[in-house]
Design a protein around this ligand. Sequence first.
Ligand SMILES: [Zn+2]
Length: 426
Amino acid sequence: MDLATRLKSAIDARRNDLIALTQALIRIPTLNPPGRNYREICDFLAAYLSERGFTTELIRAHGAPGDSETYPRWNLVARIEGARPGDCVHFNSHHDVVEIGHGWTRDPFGAEIDGDRIYGRGSCDMKGGLAASVIAAEAFLDTCPDFAGSIEVSATADEESGGYGGVAYLAEQGRFDPTRVQHVIIPEPLHKDQICLGHRGVWWAEIETHGRIAHGSMPFLGDSAIRHMSAVLSEMEETLYPLLLGKQTEMPVIPEGARASTLNVNSIHGGAPEEGADYTGLPTPCVADRCRIVIDRRFLIEEDLAEVKAEITDLMERVKTQRPSSRYEIRDLFEVQPTMTEKGAPIVRSTAAAIEAVLGREAAYVVSPGTYDQKHIDRIGRLKNCIAYGPGLLELAHQPDEWVEIEDMTDSATVMALVLAELLGS
Ligand SMILES: [Zn+2]
């Protein structure tokens, strides 16, 4: 039997373990916000992995956003050493899940099995991927006990809220230093035959227009910040949106609509603050002296963040020329540089070869429209040899009745085991 076949039968022999592990993980409701049961899931995995020979460490991200005595930000890093020196392959999964939301017909934390699917919040994003990587490591360790280097498995907090209490914290502690870890796979749900090389960039900003308050019956005595903002939005429609649509990237972003630069206005608010639903009074007549929008600009690897920001400043200046009384402020809220691992990188090459060997078809290369924890591994960890690869359909993430297919998990676990064999020798 060749190695791929042996690894495949080692995974098949663990099919029930894989199902049980996925179910156990789903049944720990690690809701974020606020960050529930992080310690419980880390303790559970630490016990599971220590039984299989891993050294485990629980690391709390003290002082990270959201970290408190009630909701501590716990992370788990498990490591196993091979027989000889060599590279370290690291599987990083986030253990947090988003809110349940409405529209479920299954128990969100029941991990119900129906046909070849396991249902539950986090099944697809990404406890199925976490379980698949653990089983892949187990099958590899059994099949190739004499391997070189080391394997790490981490389960980290807060990916859904930016990753600052998770991968960013670990990266700051040097956990993703290229002298310590050489290859990283993040088993996010990106389809079992696709390799995700990276993501687009992000800039969030708040734009505020300023006017002057006056009585609403005599608006000519004031200066409406809402009308100034309306001019800003018209200018965006007329000049900025067409400009962004014309910028197309060479990055293989999916879905295809995200191959252009995009801009979303997340929110708009002007004038008096909104009252609660239980307030029964009438509003007062005032000219709005402030109007704010929050923009979410996603940019391409071909673009420069300074130019992206200058587009908005130029636009605001054009509006100001037409409306001399208007004033504005722009506040940066959040920014992430785009990242894309090269196709020639060792982790990409060995995963592509493993996909072909296991699934009998060529791997597709994709880039994510939004960011995920790869940003911290790249920017803080300075580690470029990183991809996202894992079971499940991205479209199901954060949806009601989220599920993961068992065959997707066994197939991608086989791919991951084969990647270990390729990178750590057999
Ligand atoms: Zn995820």
